[in-house]
Design a protein around this ligand. Sequence first.
Ligand code: AMP
Length: 309
Amino acid sequence: MSLVVVGSIAFDSVRTPFGERERMLGGSAVHFALAASFFSDVRVVGPVGDDFGEAEYAVLHARAIDTSDVEHVPGGQTFHWRGRYEYDLNTAHTEDTQLGVFGGFEPKLSDESRAAGMLFLANIQPELQRAVRAQCDRARLVGLDSMNLWIETARDSLLQAIAEVDLVFMNDAEVRMVTEQPNLVRAARQLLGVGPRAVVAKQGEYGAALFTGDRFFSLPAYPLETVVDPTGAGDSFAGGFMGYMASRPEGAPDDEDELRRAMTYGSVLASFNVEGFGTERMERLEREDIARRYEEFRSITALAEVPSA
Ligand code: AMP
């Protein structure tokens, strides 16, 4: 099933305790698409400027990502984000944001993108997320991400957008913030009450939790000894999750087992993403690496039986 992502395409300048890089390829749509491309066809919708060239397209095309809906705005500059991380890699500190062509972004979807079976609304203005959602009226599974900026400035619109999607991917702090509920379990349940079928609360190096109906599932993060750059971890998580869901045959159920597999693929892809700066690690990733780490996840999360008395 085809999967479309709408979000930022960026150059990121990042400093972590392990080094720094200037103007790497990044953006939420890029990180999502690279992760999802290991599972299904992916189309990217987002704006770029004159500074976005062949080298950047080549990274996407090497993974067979369809860029025909990437909008080149002549005379414009691509979105640029500058951030740094302290030893606590869970918190990104934004130092500068140059919106460039992203500032006037009005998503224009081709007929192919409108017909997509699955859609991911990466972190963009909630009214734009709603407009895209309305255009993709045939999508049977729609996911959404957001950030504190929109909770602070457009909370009502964001709640409307959440009401119109199936899956919500947010940091645990954002789930608490948007619901104004300090307890994560209550907050996630409250968000489910708004409309989505599942809420995934991402918890950085502590993993991720899945809330559906009255059920709960939690996975730790893969125990990495070398985390280099956490930028894009959340988007890679969503890409692995939704990519897996899109890879299944038409009519496959979206039951609890499938969502748990998707959680595991999300965790696997996020764990690879943070092993290198920007898209470095994802560019070298192989399907076998993913399969191997999935199995490792199975073994690190297996509970021992209680011995019979
Ligand atoms: P995350 O998965 O949350 O680490 O997302 C990181 C990506 O989000 C980076 O590659 C940035 O380019 C992008 N980003 C940062 N700020 C914004 C923003 N205000 N709007 C859209 N994308 C952003």
